[in-house]
Design a protein. Structure first.
Length: 256
């Protein structure tokens, strides 16, 4: 089985594939100071919950935007899983031309998502990833990565707001506001965050779509906050929560 590891700034998403089927997935918090032994202990516990063992793993692929954790996962893979992992980089065979000013600058997660999305839809795309940052990545009809945009994510924006204001409370945004006009502090915050970030995405998508004309790109979303914000961004046609893991599987098969 293939263990796919997506190391993000806030969370890590892990998936275990049997051939092309995702049979297990886990989300854990990213800790940049974790050692390979500590991560192995956490991973062992997660495997046990699904009645899996390290012996099930025959391959590992790692996509990371946190450089300190790349070597940690490599050591874990070699010591506990007895695999030499494949690390996603711009130098590997992605099957996708990266036609931006400096291809080395683009994050691994953005390429992984673009590869997975184009493999599935085979057309012009805008991929909105709701992570620590909100990224919009664009793929041409020929399957080229042509760039995108980056904005602050909902989580870090909310954290900054709370840390800089004395009276605003931390709230649960999983329940939506009934109306855009909040009638108390909680509903006003919910409105600002959900309608506000939905509007941010809508504005960026509309501007980006002007560059695609006369083509009309399909807009899909992924990432931890995608299902929360997507209802407030009508341009999003589909939420693909496992897009990054699927992209890792595709890249592993292409390179191994």
């Amino acid at each position: 089985m293939l263990l796919a590891v997506d190391v993000g700034n806030t969370h890590m998403v892990l998936g275990l594939f049997k051939d092309t089927s995702l049979i297990c997935d886990w989300h854990i918090q990213t800790s940049r100071n974790s050692t390979s032994d500590e991560l192995a202990a956490r991973l062992y516990g997660l495997f046990q919950l699904k009645n899996r063992s390290f012996d099930d793993v025959s391959g590992v692929i790692i996509g990371s935007v946190v450089p300190p954790l790349e070597s940690t996962w490599i050591r874990l893979s070699e010591k506990y899983l007895h695999c030499s992992p494949l690390l996603v980089s711009q130098n590997m065979d992605t099957g996708m031309d990266i036609v931006i000013d400096n291809p080395q600058e683009v994050g691994a997660d953005r390429i992984i998502n673009s590869v997975a999305a184009y493999s599935r839809y085979q057309r012009e795309l805008i991929i909105v990833d709701f992570g620590t940052a909100i990224t919009l990545d664009c793929v041409s009809a020929r399957g080229e990565y042509i760039g995108g945009s980056i904005a602050p994510g909902l989580g870090i924006s909310f954290d900054a707001l709370i840390s800089r204001t004395a009276k605003l409370p931390r709230i649960d945004i999983s329940t939506p506001p009934e109306h855009p006009i909040g009638t108390n502090t909680e509903t006003a915050l919910k409105s600002g965050l959900l309608y506000g970030f939905g509007g941010l995405v809508e504005g960026l998508v509309n501007r980006i779509c002007q560059q695609f004309l006369p083509a009309v790109p399909k807009v899909i979303a992924t990432g931890g906050m995608a299902e929360v914000i997507a209802p407030y961004a009508p341009s999003i046609e589909k939420v693909e929560p496992m897009l990054t893991l699927e992209g890792l599987r595709i890249l592993y098969e292409r390179n191994c």
